[in-house]
Ligand binder design. Structure first.
Ligand code: DHB
Length: 390
């Protein structure tokens, strides 16, 4: 343990001492991805790795005359490990860009290393609003919880949902979802009567759901991270909450495409707000879903996959535009302001905030082509992160 602390202190020192120009290696461009490949968030790592490999298969591994080298490290969504891996990738492997970051604490742990070493860091998964403010080298291709939660606060109020209990995972994105949903619902004349927070690690939803039942709200609004939605759905249905007249709503993390088809017909009719559905009806998305499923034994891409796929697009195009010259600062400059059609729909990297601007869709779980999908039925166009408005 002591040895590890000493080593990371040394690496932190080395990161400070390294000048960005020493990163330049003539013919190779290194992308260092830190992802949760094991542990509770492993589905995020699996989805993003698959999407990144698909992007490379479709777009080649030579860009601006440089060979792209991909290095993937598993942090099991543990921030101490993320930090050490980020230091090692920058100092030892001399990566040109960092990417991935399955959870908010991991992205925040790596942020100072991006700043110190002037290495662009592309957040492909984590979604707490404040992340992009943790370093001027951070660019985000996932989404923000305030984007999704505000849309749900509008939809709920318009659909006779006035009295709501919120249930969120007890960390950054949960706090964002809770606050932005609550404030927006109140603005629209509704009310959050109770805000419940469940532990991120191994949550037991049962006692919380019992409390919700007793409070008899019109709806329960849920945010849990990708991979945890199926457990909430199961316990919600087992307790007969739907039959007690309590509607289930949330951000789209709840009806995650990675799990949705296994949730069963009890999930039918659940309405959520999000930036991506595998059922998004565009030609670009149809092509993406087909290719992704073909390359991954039928696995359906979820919103994490899209964050990874678009993250690679942002890196490739920035490398092309900067012609591989100018180091991290030139690469970062070429990431800002990119505008393109993602499988999610139109997407834009705001040059001021380095955050993603995209449509938020209201979706309902329905049966389509024999499977359960989040079918989009309303669109809020070009949504900027409400967390940056102040
Ligand atoms: C975060 C993680 C998730 O899996 C998700 O769906 C949303 C946000 C996060 O930690 O930021």
């Amino acid at each position: 343990m002591k040895k590890r602390i000493l080593l990371s202190a040394m690496l932190a020192g080395a990161a400070l001492a390294i000048s960005p120009s020493s990163y330049a290696q003539d013919n190779v461009f290194k992308i260092g991805l830190i992802l949760p490949m094991t542990g509770q968030q492993a589905s995020t790592g699996k989805q993003i790795e698959a999407a990144v490999r698909l992007y490379m298969a479709q777009n080649g591994n030579t860009v601006a005359g440089k060979k792209i080298e991909l290095i993937i490290k598993d942090d099991a969504a543990t921030p101490d490990v993320t930090k050490r891996l980020a230091q090692e990738l920058v100092v030892n492997d001399k990566v040109n860009v960092l990417g991935g970051f399955g959870v908010t604490p991991a992205a925040l742990a790596a942020a100072p290393i991006a700043t110190q070493s002037k290495t662009p860091l592309v957040v492909m998964a984590a979604a707490t609003s404040s992340i992009t403010q943790a370093s001027p080298y951070i660019v985000r291709t996932s989404f923000t919880l305030p984007q999704a939660a505000v849309a749900m606060g509008d939809w709920a109020a318009k659909n006779d949902i006035k009295k709501v209990v919120t249930l969120v995972s007890d960390y950054g994105p949960g706090f964002d979802a809770e606050k932005y949903f609550k404030d927006r619902l109140a603005f629209n004349g509704g009310q959050v009567v109770e805000s419940l927070r469940v532990p991120l690690r191994n949550p037991d939803f049962a006692p919380f759901l019992q409390k919700v039942r007793d409070l008899k709200p019109d709806a329960l609004f849920v945010f849990v991270p990708s991979g945890a939605g199926a457990a909430v759905m199961k316990q919600f249905l087992e307790r007969g909450m739907d039959k007690a007249g309590i509607r289930l709503i949330g951000t789209g993390d709840l009806t995650d495409d990675d799990q949705l088809n296994d949730m069963g017909d009890g999930a039918l009719g659940v309405v959520t707000s999000h930036h991506y559905s595998a059922a998004h009806p565009s030609a670009v998305n149809k092509k993406f879903v087909e290719a992704f499923e073909k390359a991954n034994k039928g696995m359906r891409p979820n919103f994490m996959a899209v964050g990874g796929y678009d993250g690679m697009r942002v890196i490739y195009e920035a490398l092309k535009a900067s012609k591989g010259n100018g180091g991290g600062d030139a690469l970062l400059a070429a990431m800002k302001g990119q505008i393109f059609e993602s499988p999610r729909g139109p997407m834009f990297i705001d040059a001021q905030t380095r955050d993603v601007v995209h449509n938020i869709y209201i979706r309902k779980v329905q049966k389509q082509n024999g499977g359960l999908y989040n079918v989009e039925f309303d669109t809020i166009k070009d949504v900027k992160d409400p967390g940056k408005a102040k």
